[in-house]
Ligand binder design. Structure first.
Ligand code: HEM
Length: 453
């Protein structure tokens, strides 16, 4: 076994090469010595700290922070094995930055330093949010509202898909293998699907980049790599620098495995999707509350359209090898998407929830105001019956697509971890099978004098 192959994968593991699916990341294999041991990052941070005492606004100093060196080290060895002195330094720096950072801790084109530093020393007490950097993305999204906010949110999702495609095709070019080819193709198809998953960005991009290559063209590795490279550079032109830098800064895997990078990107895209669906539900509630049934339906259709495109995300996720995920799982114990606030928000905005049915790690959100189901119940007697029927159709469609997505997640989990427990303290696949059957709008499936009839 090569010295670069993670011993956890075992000598008999189906390794087709040192880079790619079921093997190491390109960063881990091709790293320079100083990036692997972490001395370059440590010195760069020390230097920044001493220079940071000199004059200059917080923003200007943040712009100069050596994000790249720290990220490179983390990508080479995994957050779990980063240089201990560097981690200690980043922890101290976080404490001092927290007390000096202006309320809006942001650079012009860098991620907010204080929030980002928090991700770098979470080895002992990390959770899902520090693992994927949800607060950093939330912070960026919160800076824009309405249509602008939707465009930004979709651009972030697209930027994540672009980065994923670039990583996967680069690994294919470095070490071709059947599994890597399947992954790279799935990543290409995912970028194609961005016009449905992130339509505000997709429309802009399709106009600019022209049609994607057909599946036939993608049969050979060279054709696939060339088509992907065209798509990536055309897409990158459509993504502003702060978004690109945030995407770069939130790739802090805990292992050296190539597969974990895919896992992180898919989670981050799903997070963006949950946030957007939550926004749609909020707007749907406001619209219905104002008697605007048509506006409410538009929001529900927007959410359902996107959810119906999630098979493209699952097709990438399903290329996760069991043996690689076993390693990732071990290193991410205590971090689980069951802790996702944006996911729980979607459920909590739809209808009243029973907290007892969830994992103790699931955030129980108490949201102000009524859920969509409650607003509909209240308005039943006032709305024309035709509107009520059409609204219920839209709600059922959203529920069906949410259900389909949960069932697929359960199926993939069963395939990848079998009956092993989850990292979020649940029974694992059994838990997911049960929660997959919980409707977004339980009132819609009951009979009698309720929103259902
Ligand atoms: C290899 C792929 C994956 C496996 C094996 C897996 C496994 C699991 C397991 C076992 C749970 C139960 C909670 C726990 O104890 O951790 C869970 C929950 C969850 N996962 Fe995944 N997961 C995978 C990928 C993803 C991805 C990419 C996302 C996207 C964000 C995601 C979103 C969720 C959500 C939202 C929950 C909470 C579901 C609920 O409470 O009803 N999972 N996952």
């Amino acid at each position: 076994m090569s010295a670069n192959v993670p011993k956890e994968l075992g000598p008999a593991g189906p390794l087709l090469g040192r880079i790619g699916v079921a093997a190491l990341s390109q960063h881990a294999v091709q790293a320079e010595f100083t990036d692997t041991v972490g001395t370059r990052a440590l010195h760069a941070v020390e230097e920044w700290c001493s220079a940071a005492d000199s004059k200059g606004s917080y923003r200007l100093r943040t712009e100069k922070f050596p994000f790249g060196d720290v990220i490179e080290h983390f990508r080479c060895v995994g957050r779990g094995d980063a240089h201990p002195a560097l981690i200690a330094k980043l922890r101290d720096l976080h404490a001092s930055v927290q007390s000096t950072a202006p309320p809006e801790d942001e650079g012009v084109s860098t991620p907010p330093l204080s929030s980002w530093l928090r991700l770098t020393f979470d080895q002992e007490d990390g959770d899902y949010h520090t693992y994927v950097g949800t607060h950093l993305y939330d912070g960026m999204r919160e800076r824009s509202e309405g249509e602008k906010g939707d465009i930004l949110s979709d651009t972030i999702m697209a930027a994540l898909a672009v980065d994923l495609l670039s990583t996967e095709t680069s690994a294919l070019a470095a070490e071709p293998s059947r599994r890597q080819r399947t992954r790279a193709r799935a990543a290409y198809q995912l970028l194609r699907s961005m016009n449905a998953l992130a339509p505000a960005w997709g429309e802009k991009f399709e106009g600019k980049a022209g049609p994607f290559a057909t599946a036939d063209v993608l049969k050979g590795d060279e054709a696939l790599t060339a088509a992907a490279s065209r798509a990536v550079s055309a897409a990158a032109d459509q993504i502003e620098q702060p978004v690109r830098r945030l995407v770069e800064a939130t790739m802090l895997p805990v292992t050296r495995l190539h597969d974990e990078q895919m896992f992180i990107r898919i989670i981050q895209i799903f997070e963006g999707l949950y946030v957007h669906i939550g926004r749609c539900l909020e707007r749907a509630i406001t619209a219905l509350d104002n008697g605007d049934a048509e506006g409410c339906r538009d929001e529900l259709s927007d959410a359902a359209n996107r959810l119906e495109a999630t098979p493209a995300l699952f097709r990438v996720l399903t290329t996760m090898p069991r043996e690689a995920f076993a390693v990732i799982r071990e290193k991410t114990n205590g971090r689980s998407a069951v802790q996702s606030t944006s996911y729980r928000r979607v459920e909590s905005l739809s209808a009243p929830r029973d907290p007892g049915s969830l994992s103790p790690q699931a955030p129980f959100l108490v949201l102000e105001g009524e859920t969509l189901q409650e607003v509909l119940e209240r308005q039943l007697s006032e709305l024309p019956s035709q509107n009520v029927t059409r609204l219920k159709e839209s709600m059922r469609r959203l529920d069906a697509s949410w259900h389909m997505s949960k069932r697929t997640h359960w199926g993939i989990t069963l395939k990848i971890i079998g009956s092993a427990p989850g990292t979020g303290g649940t029974s694992g696949a059994d838990y997911l099978q049960r929660t997959a059957e919980v409707s977004l709008f339980p009132g819609l499936s009951m009979s009698g004098n309720t929103p259902t009839s």
